[in-house]
Ligand binder design. Structure first.
Ligand SMILES: Cc1ncc(COP(=O)(O)O)c(C=O)c1O
Length: 343
C-alpha cells in the first residue's frame, strides 16, 4: 500500500495545532454570522495592517476561489489575463476563471516558472481594437508553481509594465509566506510597495485548515468586491472560524515560522538528493518545492514508500513539496531510499 506521508503536497500536511486551538477557543456562544463578529473584525484588521492602510481584506475558503474572485473584480468578459502556461489559474482550476469571468486567459511560456516583461510584451497589442480581447490583467504566482520566487525588482518591472498599459496585476499568493520567508521581506514590501493591485493570500498550504483571503490594494477595484464574494459563494456564514485561524496564523509570526521551516526542509532535501547520481534538480530551490528529474524506473517503487506526483505531460519530471511538518527524518529516510535504489 502506498504511504501517503511524503512529498506530494503541502496540502497533505495537517492543521497546525495553534490554528486548531484557536478555532476551538472561538467555539463558544453565539456571535453574528457572515463576518459581523469581533473575531473577524480583529483578524481583518490584523491582516490589513500588514499591507497598509488601504488594503481591503476578504476571507474565503479556497485558493481557487480567491484567484477567481480576485480576477473577477477587475475583469470583464471581453478582457484577458496574461499568465504563465504553468500557472494554477491556467492548469489547475478546471477553467473556473474563464467560466466565472467570461474573460480569456493568455498563457505565456515562462522562464524558470516566471513571466518576464519580454514574454508579456508579446501579448500587449490590440488595445481599443474591438476584434481583440482586451489585455487587462497580468497574473503570476508568488512563489511560482515551479518553486521559484520573483525578486522585488522583477515584480516592480511587471507592475510598471501593466500600469503603463492601463492594466492591473494579480498575485496568486497561495504560497506567499514561503516567498516572503525566502526573500526575507514583509508582505507590504513585496505586495503593496511593488504596486500589486489584487492578491490571493494563501494560508491553507502553510498550516491552516481552510483559510485564504482576497486582499485588494487598489481601492478602485474594491468598490463592489463584497457583492462579488457573495455572488461567488464565498461569504462564510460561520466566518469566525476562518478569522480565528487568521489571528493565530499572524500571531507571533506563526506564518513565518512555518514557511521558514518548510523552505529549510526543501533546501535540505535538495542538498541530500542532488548529490545522488541520476538525480537532477531542474529549478533552483527557493521556496518549498523541488522539481526533479529521476530515472523512470525508480518512480513507482519510490512512490510506494513516499507519496509524490509526477508532473503530467512532463514525465519523468517529479515534484517534491515540503511543508510545515516535514521532519529531517523524512528527508533522510527518503534520500537514503533513493540512494539505495540508484546504487
Ligand atoms: C499556485 C497555486 N495557486 C492556488 C492554489 C489554490 O488551490 P485550492 O483551490 O486547491 O485551494 C494552489 C493549490 O495547489 C496553488 O498551488
Amino acid at each position: 500500500m502506498k504511504r501517503i506521508r511524503g512529498f506530494a503536497s503541502d496540502n497533505n500536511a495537517p492543521v497546525h495545532p495553534d490554528i486548531f486551538r484557536a478555532m476551538e477557543q472561538v467555539n463558544k456562544g453565539h456571535v453574528v454570522g457572515y463576518g459581523d463578529d469581533p473575531y473577524t473584525v480583529r483578524a481583518t484588521e490584523k491582516l490589513s495592517t500588514l499591507f497598509g492602510e488601504n488594503a481591503g481584506v476578504y476571507f474565503a475558503f479556497t485558493g481557487t476561489a480567491t484567484n477567481v474572485l480576485g480576477l473577477s473584480t477587475a475583469l470583464r468578459s471581453w478582457e484577458s489575463v496574461i499568465c504563465a502556461e504553468t500557472s494554477h489559474i491556467h492548469e489547475d482550476e478546471c477553467g473556473a476563471p474563464e467560466k466565472f469571468t467570461g474573460g480569456k486567459l493568455i498563457p505565456v511560456e515562462p522562464v524558470h516558472g516566471k513571466l518576464t516583461p519580454e514574454r508579456i510584451s508579446e501579448h500587449l497589442y490590440g488595445f481599443g481594437f474591438e476584434h481583440h480581447s482586451q489585455p487587462r490583467i497580468i497574473s503570476f504566482a508568488q512563489a511560482t508553481e515551479t518553486g521559484t520566487v520573483y525578486t522585488l525588482d522583477e515584480i516592480r518591472e511587471i507592475t510598471g509594465l501593466a500600469h503603463k498599459h492601463g492594466m492591473v496585476v494579480h498575485m496568486d499568493g497561495a504560497r506567499i509566506a514561503n516567498a516572503a520567508a525566502y526573500l526575507n521581506c514583509t508582505f507590504r514590501e513585496m505586495v503593496t510597495d511593488t504596486g500589486v493591485d489584487i492578491l490571493s493570500f494563501g494560508g491553507t498550504k502553510n498550516g491552516m485548515m481552510y483559510g485564504e483571503a482576497v486582499v485588494i490594494l487598489n481601492p478602485d477595484l474594491d468598490k463592489n468586491f463584497k457583492y462579488i464574494r457573495k455572488q461567488g459563494m464565498q461569504l462564510a456564514s460561520k466566518m469566525r472560524y476562518i478569522a480565528a485561524q487568521f489571528e493565530a496564523y499572524l500571531e507571533n509570526d506563526l506564518w513565518l515560522k512555518n514557511a521558514r521551516h518548510a523552505n529549510r526542509m526543501a533546501q535540505l532535501l535538495a542538498k541530500e538528493t542532488s548529490i545522488i547520481p541520476g538525480v537532477t534538480l531542474v529549478e533552483e530551490v527557493q521556496a518549498n518545492g523541488l522539481f526533479v528529474k529521476i530515472p523512470e524506473k525508480i518512480i513507482k517503487p519510490l512512490q510506494e514508500e513516499f507519496f509524490f506526483y509526477v508532473m503530467e505531460g512532463r514525465n519523468p519530471l517529479v515534484r517534491w513539496m515540503t511543508s510545515w511538518d516535514t521532519t529531517e527524518k523524512d528527508i533522510h529516510d527518503f534520500s537514503s531510499l533513493i540512494k539505495e535504489m540508484l546504487t
